[in-house]
Design a protein around this ligand. Structure first.
Ligand code: MG
Ligand code: MG
Length: 279
């Protein structure tokens, strides 16, 4: 069903999305393990390609943008190292101890997409970089915890923003890139901004699936896109982090489709009902 441009999923469609989400989560776990000093981001991309083939999936990223005047994205992951905030292209660049890399990955299975991102500390990173990743991940979960039938997208945005603004140190919260609805396409309505006001924006209805993905820097939230038309860097070259999960909401609660445990542990900690659907 599509209501005001928003695709609401039925139970069997949520089960199909879980299949894709779980495959995405497991692939990211494998890449996270592999992201060691000396490994190239192209090698991480190769791991993703293997997992897509094994799962019988299709990359959501490879070739993305073709037809809208962008060069088709050449990777199956976005590998964004240090001051690259998002959309970094996998390359022969070797990871080094101290790098902070965000890996963003999506695939579809049977036409249903999953989309998730993790930030990984390569070797020993600075305390500041580790803290940046931690607070970014925490803000993602604060956004997840705000998702409830009857609330509005602005409640999710405001929760992410409030979480990031609750620290003594200030962080750069990107506002020119957002989370999004997801289903039979990777990017659907509604946009899910990382800053916003409670009570504003589209209504959250049962069957909504959204990708929640704060992108945060240690400095300026202003970004620039490199000449490859993809790589987004912070203008002040401050280090960035990015965490993302695909989350389904029903009247009974939440199902974090891209978390290996469906979100069970974190939702329990956050006091939010965990509502997976049985096979
Ligand atoms: Mg993503
Ligand atoms: Mg996304």
């Amino acid at each position: 069903m599509v209501a005001h441009g928003i695709q609401l999923k039925k139970s069997e469609q949520l089960r199909a999305m879980r299949k894709a989400g779980l495959a995405v989560g497991r692939t990211l776990a494998a890449m996270r393990e592999a992201a060691q000093p000396g490994v190239t981001t192209a090698e991480l991309d190769a791991i993703a390609r293997e997992h897509i083939a094994t799962a019988g999936g299709i990359s959501s990223f490879l070739g993305y943008g073709a037809g809208w005047g962008y060069p088709p994205f050449p990777g199956t992951i976005c590998a964004s190292v240090n001051d690259v905030v998002v959309h970094g292209i996998p390359s022969e660049q070797k990871l080094a101890s101290g790098d902070l890399i965000s890996i963003d990955f999506g695939m579809s299975i049977d036409g249903w997409h999953g989309d998730s991102a993790v930030t990984v500390e390569v070797g020993e990173v600075s305390a500041e970089a580790a803290e940046l990743s931690r607070v970014t991940q925490q803000s993602m979960w604060a956004g997840v915890a705000a998702v409830r039938v009857g609330r509005r997208i602005g409640d999710v945005s405001a929760a992410i923003q409030a979480s990031l603004e609750s620290h003594e140190r200030s962080y750069g919260i990107l506002s020119d890139y957002t989370g999004h609805g997801i289903g039979t396409e990777m990017h659907q309505d509604p946009d899910v901004p990382n800053v916003g006001r409670r009570g504003k924006g589209p209504l959250i209805q049962s069957g909504l699936v959204i990708a929640i993905e704060p992108m945060v820097t240690l400095g300026s939230p202003v970004t620039a896109t490199l000449d490859d038309d993809w790589t987004v860097v912070s203008v002040d070259h401050s280090i960035a982090a990015h965490w993302e999960h695909t989350v389904a909401v029903t009247k009974r609660g939440l199902w974090v489709l891209t978390a290996e445990d469906g979100g069970e542990q974190m939702l329990a900690e956050l006091g939010v009902p965990f509502a997976p659907l049985a096979d």
